[in-house]
Design a binder for this molecule. Structure first.
Ligand code: IMP
Length: 194
């Protein structure tokens, strides 16, 4: 079976993709290939970061690879937190601080101007080919948290295609069906299986 590295150690993301294409490709995590490095993510946008991570694996391990990167773009904040979404509150992956900062920066912004989107870029390096896939979901930022599911900014993000619930109030399946990452992943899978 062809091997393909997913440049992540996120168990949830790995499980998801293995469920979809695990019988066609052997999906390896960073741990699986013995990579414990802190791979640099210093590009100015999510596409650049995804490419950096995938290139790192290709160069150091010589394996075909894909990588993803996601950002929340809030229009009233000129697209921030964007590529800085993971550490917007000052501490990496501290979602509560990230949300607190967003809510305080939007404190005086009226409902109609709280538009935002999640965007995911996936970069696939296969042989000498580079392919980029993008998924996005439009929505708006609430004034307080709603729901306890999901992760990251889910409790303050209400997708336009939904029924008024935040991502944190939806089941995983409901969220994946319309989410940025779900859409980018669907494109990657369609390409790999074509
Ligand atoms: P990553 O590139 O997937 O690591 O995402 C970067 C950051 O964006 C995460 O640390 C979260 O704060 C946020 N994020 C990514 N995906 C989601 C999502 O599906 N819901 C809410 N927040 C997310």
């Amino acid at each position: 079976m062809k091997k393909l590295v997913f440049a992540t150690n996120n168990a949830h993301k790995l499980e998801e993709i293995r469920q979809i294409i695990g019988d066609k490709f052997e999906i390896l995590s960073l741990t699986d290939i013995g990579c414990n490095d802190d791979i640099p993510e210093t590009a100015p946008n999510i596409e650049g970061n995804a490419l950096m991570k995938a290139r790192y694996v290709k160069e150091h391990y010589g394996l075909d690879c894909f990588s993803d990167d996601t950002g929340l773009e809030i229009d009233a904040l000129d697209g921030r937190p964007g590529v800085h979404s993971a550490r917007y509150g000052g501490v990496a992956h501290d979602s509560e601080r990230n949300i607190d900062r967003v809510l305080s920066e939007l404190a005086d912004v009226p409902a109609a101007e709280r538009t935002a989107r999640f965007r995911t870029a996936i970069v696939l390096l296969q042989g000498d080919d580079v392919h980029t896939f993008e998924g996005k979901v439009e929505g708006h930022i609430l004034t307080e948290r709603h729901g306890t599911g999901g992760f990251g900014y889910d409790s303050i993000f209400c997708p336009v295609e939904g029924d008024g619930r935040t991502f944190a109030q939806m089941s995983g399946e409901e969220k994946n069906a319309i989410s940025h990452r779900g859409r980018a992943t669907a494109q990657l899978v369609a390409y790999l299986l074509a």
